[in-house]
Ligand binder design. Structure first.
Ligand code: UDX
Ligand code: ADP
Length: 452
């Protein structure tokens, strides 16, 4: 079997590395129109950081795993084509700010139809609205001119960044949706056999196309909802003196609730949660279900509130002004163990602080300086934003330290040294509940966490 994956991003790269590693007889080629990205995948420094990925790519690359910009030839040569391109929220026209922008997916479908001269199985890997498979199929069938036939499958990816390789190696489940025709079932069977190389059969679920597409949106909406729910309680904890971590632990012991995804924070980020919920909201409105749409919209609104509330708390503590004060920002990625900044809460907090005329000294373990400047919309010579190469230089002379990503390294910093390098009173705002607040207060910090 020959596999082509269109899109060498956070989903396509790791997923294909795992398939290549587990299925030595299968040839996997990942293609992308972004030549710089492909060059990165073929070099010693991969374009994305994910624990364990570099080692796996080093073992497979050149054997049965290839990265190329030659999209057409790779499509033509493959039996199975994964579409793993980006599906951002639309920024223009009807549905702007909510609906998914499917132009990259559509252009892939047209390209596949254009160049294919044999039958193909086309697999949607990107998160997309329900019924996209139908659109892909229509484009494929209408534009095909070489007699090629197409089967479209939905195979959403549930990996979380930072733990992608573990999630791919031992997934809770693999979901494959397809048409219930004879050809559809045969295509589903082929993909099942591929995953069965390493995933126990009972964990490979097969459904119809729409159930598979909707399950992905629903899973992300439920996960994000848990975070917004505990974050809403964090505001109440701050008002009443309860400790949100204690509340989360107590409710998580109930086996019906469970302990995961109850960590209160400055807000969820990442490329999926907000996008998928907005997508769900848009779908509900489209199908005439405004009450359902409003219900899910609240999850996003609570998250926006949480991000704004964090900055407001900083201002309240710091005598209502941060104007021209140096603020150290520790962590910029949307979560630990990734260099991804998409929808990172740090971007929003930093923008709000810049509005308040703060001077920011930002340090992240993996995010490049150029990306920090770009996402904040400032030039590299802007003296309001300094990107530092370690936490101590960021904190040196700062009125406050704000922890915005839960990098493990921030647990083990010498906070006495940091305290001594700051003007007093020295503030510390832990947006990830990573640190022991009483211990920081013992050092002398005016310290607070979320929901504490
Ligand atoms: C998510 C889903 O988990 C994954 O299944 C899907 O395929 C893609 O979207 P990802 O966005 O990579 O994965 O990371 P995730 O671990 O879900 O974290 C998302 C955001 O929520 C991060 O900003 C994280 O810091 C935050 N979070 C997570 C919390 O604030 N509290 C929690 O308890 C868990
Ligand atoms: P994800 O997190 O879903 O993997 P990314 O943005 O990291 O999203 O990756 C998507 C990749 O898809 C990008 O590298 C982009 O250049 C690539 N891409 C988008 N459209 C096409 C296309 N028509 N052909 C090839 N690659 C594409």
């Amino acid at each position: 079997m020959k596999i082509c994956c269109i899109g060498a991003g956070y989903v396509g790269g790791p997923t294909m590395a795992m398939i290549a590693s587990k299925c030595p007889e299968v040839t996997v080629t990942v293609v992308d129109i972004n030549a710089e990205r492909i060059a990165g995948w073929n070099s010693g420094t991969l374009p994305i950081f994910e624990p364990g990925l570099e080692e796996m790519v080093a073992l497979q690359r050149g054997k049965n795993l290839f990265f190329s910009t030659d999209v057409n030839d790779t499509i033509r040569d493959s039996d199975v084509i994964f579409i793993s391109v980006n599906t951002p929220t639309k920024t223009y026209g009807v549905g702007a700010g909510r609906a998914a922008d499917l132009r990259f997916v559509e252009s892939c479908a047209r390209q596949i139809a254009e160049v294919s001269d044999s039958d193909k199985i086309v697999v949607e890997k990107s998160t997309i609205p329900v019924r996209t498979a139908q659109s892909i199929k229509r484009i494929l069938d209408a534009s095909s001119h070489n007699g090629a036939k197409f089967q479209v499958l939905s195979n959403p990816e549930f990996l979380a960044e930072g733990t992608a390789m573990e999630d791919l190696e031992a997934p809770d489940r693999v979901l494959i949706g397809g048409e219930t025709t004879e050809e559809g079932l045969a295509a589903v069977g082929k993909l099942v056999d591929l995953y069965a190389h390493w995933v126990p059969r009972e964990r490979i679920l097969t459904t119809n196309l729409w159930s598979s597409e909707l399950s992905k949106l629903t899973a992300n909406a439920f996960l994000a909802q848990r975070i917004s729910s505990i974050n809403s309680i964090s505001a109440l904890c701050e008002a009443t003196g309860a400790d949100v971590d204690e509340v989360a632990h107590a409710i998580g012991q109930d086996s019906r609730i469970g302990p995961k995804f109850l960590k209160s924070s400055v807000g969820f980020g990442g490329s999926c949660f907000q996008k998928d919920i907005l997508n769900l909201v848009y779908l509900c409105e489209h199908f005439g279900l405004p009450e359902v749409a409003n219900y899910w919209q609240q999850v996003v609104e609570m998250n926006d509130y949480q991000k704004r509330r964090f900055t407001q708390r900083m201002l309240d503590a710091m005598f209502n002004t941060v104007s021209h004060k140096r603020i150290a920002i520790l962590g910029y990625a949307f979560k630990k163990d990734t260099n991804d900044t998409r929808e990172s809460a740090a971007i929003y907090v930093c923008r709000d602080l810049l509005e308040e005329q703060a001077h920011l000294a930002i340090y992240d373990l993996k995010v490049p300086a150029s990306e920090i400047y770009e996402t904040l919309g400032v030039f590299e010579d802007d003296d309001r934003v300094e990107v530092c190469d370690n936490a101590y230089s960021a904190a040196d002379g700062a009125h406050a330290v704000a922890i915005l990503t839960e990098w493990d390294a921030f647990k083990n910093l010498d906070y006495t040294r940091i305290y001594n390098s700051m003007p007093k009173p020295a503030f510390l705002f832990d947006g990830r509940n990573l640190l022991d607040i009483p211990a920081l207060q013992e050092i002398g910090f005016e310290a607070s966490g979320i929901g504490k």
